[in-house]
Design a protein around this ligand. Structure first.
Ligand code: NOJ
Length: 555
């Protein structure tokens, strides 16, 4: 246990500040709201908070479009509020982890405002500019991740600029050393303020190919998803090693990269001794319930063995090199009880079952706000009620592909990022205690039953299950660092694994179905139940959605 670093021995809690707690009545959350909940977070047993972006931003993509990397958006408060949060969090043994969004900035950033003015200003090649094709159309047929062309025309320069995401999020030109050093400087600004780490956004997209060419269309409109043409381009690791030297190596921090497009066999170049980051968020388990087609939110039939394999592969890949960030939710994903549990599931049992896996695999668990209370997806009746820019893009794309509005809404219900962004539910009072004003996004209508106040007082709540298991895990060498071994491998109902050290063993079993499952349980003979989402357990039987943690009596 002693050879583990601080961030390997604790869970991280992710906060989406806009939806966390509003202290001013503005209808959006703020930094002071986070500071006021540090006791709550400490009791949950977390050691770090990953804050999604709180920088100055026009909020086209809720802060992932940054207009100034070293100032706070006024809707969240001031730099003083931020410094106060870092200090107060420290008193609670919690570190603040910042989100670095360096593939792109906002089109309202001074750098872009300058760059777009002409072809020969000092920042003219800080972004990615290209001439139109001979017929005036965009340089390539690439489609932005949020829909539409990945190129937008700029009148002043008579050129197109590239944006992997929305037109308001122009991609920065990492080939230019001045750009890279300006970005490192802004990250070092936060290091000096005492932050405990960085989550690095969309990092596999920063290096673009030498030649920009049309790709084979993957959509009826003749476009191809931009990231299939640009992700993980050779040479990217040179940039990242420089980033590491200039920033990451300077503090006792952890880094976790958001890394679409890095395969398991490349992982050793990205994490661990010869890599760049401490951890990488990869999505092999999260994408299983989606197709990879044009409408990437289209639901797909999936098997439990696929999920078990994805998780086991990640455990294997990080056994001796690097470290695994365990996560089932974030601000871009559906709630895990809807994502992975069968329709008709008892939501409390389902939430505890997912929590059991999250907190017993080997790695650093990331708890996303509301997950500890058992939040579920929403299903609003009209696309106009959705705020998420990506939901709108996907809805349009679905209609273009010939789906009916009803079908398109089904995708949105299943996948929309707003599922994860509904405000926190603190009490049964007005707006669930989130705001005294008009909430920026509708609340989930279950808040009178599912909220922190009620769950705090209920010993069987999801919240108290998270607290107990997470605080147990922190002190338990087997769960922190024991070896992982998958059990009942081919079983399509139960996910089972053990964690073991030389003289200890823990077994985890979760029934993902609504049926009672029986299995041969001799391997549990010497073990006692220590956690579960039912009061007791009969060895060899798992009731619907039952999750159990057994510990072998010491030898
Ligand atoms: C990934 C972030 O998690 C997502 O919320 C954002 O929209 C994109 N990157 C663009 O920054």
């Amino acid at each position: 246990m002693n050879n583990l670093k601080w961030w390997q021995k604790t869970a991280v809690y992710q906060i989406y500040p806009k939806s966390f707690l509003d202290t001013t009545g503005s209808g959006t959350g703020d930094i002071a709201g986070i500071t006021s909940k540090l006791d709550y977070l400490q009791k949950l047993g977390i050691g770090a908070i990953w804050l999604t972006p709180i920088y100055k931003s026009p909020m086209v993509d809720n802060g992932y479009d940054i207009a100034d990397y070293t100032s706070i958006d006024p809707s969240y408060g001031t730099m003083k509020d931020m410094e106060n949060l870092i200090d107060e969090a420290k008193k609670h043994n919690i570190k603040i982890v910042m989100d670095l969004v360096y593939n792109h900035s906002s089109d309202q950033h001074e750098w872009f405002k300058e760059s777009r003015k002409s072809r020969n200003n000092p920042k003219s090649d800080w972004y990615i500019w290209r001439d139109a094709k001979a017929d005036g159309s965009a340089p390539t047929n690439w489609r932005a991740i949020f829909g539409g062309s990945a190129w937008t025309w700029c009148e002043e320069r008579q050129q197109y600029y590239l944006h992997t995401f929305a037109p308001q999020q122009p991609d920065l030109n990492w080939e230019n050393p001045d750009v890279r050093h300006a970005l490192y400087e802004s990250a070092n600004f936060w290091l000096k303020k005492g932050v405990g780490g960085f989550r690095i956004d969309a990092i596999t997209y920063i290096k673009k190919p030498k030649e920009f060419v049309d790709g084979d269309p993957d959509s009826k409109d003749g476009t191809v998803a931009v990231h299939t043409m640009t992700a993980n381009t050779p040479g990217i690791l040179d940039f990242l090693h420089e980033f590491k030297r200039e920033v990451f190596d300077k503090g006792d921090i952890f880094t976790v990269g958001e890394a679409n497009g890095v395969s398991a066999d490349e992982l050793k170049n990205w994490v661990g001794v010869n890599g760049v980051f401490d951890m990488l968020f990869e999505f092999s388990h999260l994408v299983l319930p989606f197709t990879n087609g044009e409408i990437w939110c289209y639901p797909r039939e999936w098997k439990l063995t696929e999920l078990k394999k994805a998780l086991s592969d990640s455990q294997k890949a990080t056994k001796d090199n690097g470290w695994y960030p365990i996560f089932f939710e974030n601000h871009d994903q559906p709630r895990c009880v809807n994502h992975f549990m069968p329709k008709g599931a008892d939501m409390i049992k389902a939430a505890k079952a997912m929590a059991t896996i999250l907190l017993t695999l080997r790695g650093t668990p990331f708890i996303y706000q509301g997950q500890e209370l058992g939040f579920a997806n929403v299903a609003w009746d009209s696309i106009n009620k959705y705020n998420d820019i990506s939901s709108h893009g996907q809805y349009e794309l679905a209609l273009k592909e010939g789906f009916t509005p009803e079908q398109a809404m089904k995708f949105i219900h299943f996948f929309s990022r707003d599922n994860a962004r509904t405000p926190m539910q603190w009490t049964s009072g007005i707006n669930a205690g989130f705001t005294t004003g008009q909430s920026w996004l509708p609340l989930h209508n279950d808040f009178d039953k599912c909220n922190a106040e009620i769950e705090d007082n209920d010993k069987n709540s999801v919240l108290n299950y998270f607290r107990k298991l997470n605080n147990f895990r922190k002190q338990n060498e087997t769960l922190l660092n024991g070896d992982y071994k998958e059990l009942l491998k081919d079983d399509e109902s139960v996910y089972a694994f053990s964690r073991s050290t030389e003289n200890s063993k823990i077994y985890v079993l979760v029934n993902f179905t609504l049926n009672k499952v029986e299995f041969s349980a001799e391997f549990l003979n010497q073990s006692n139940l220590i956690f579960g989402n039912y009061e007791s357990n009969d060895k060899g039987i798992l009731r619907p959605l039952e999750a159990v943690v057994y510990e072998e009596a010491s030898k």
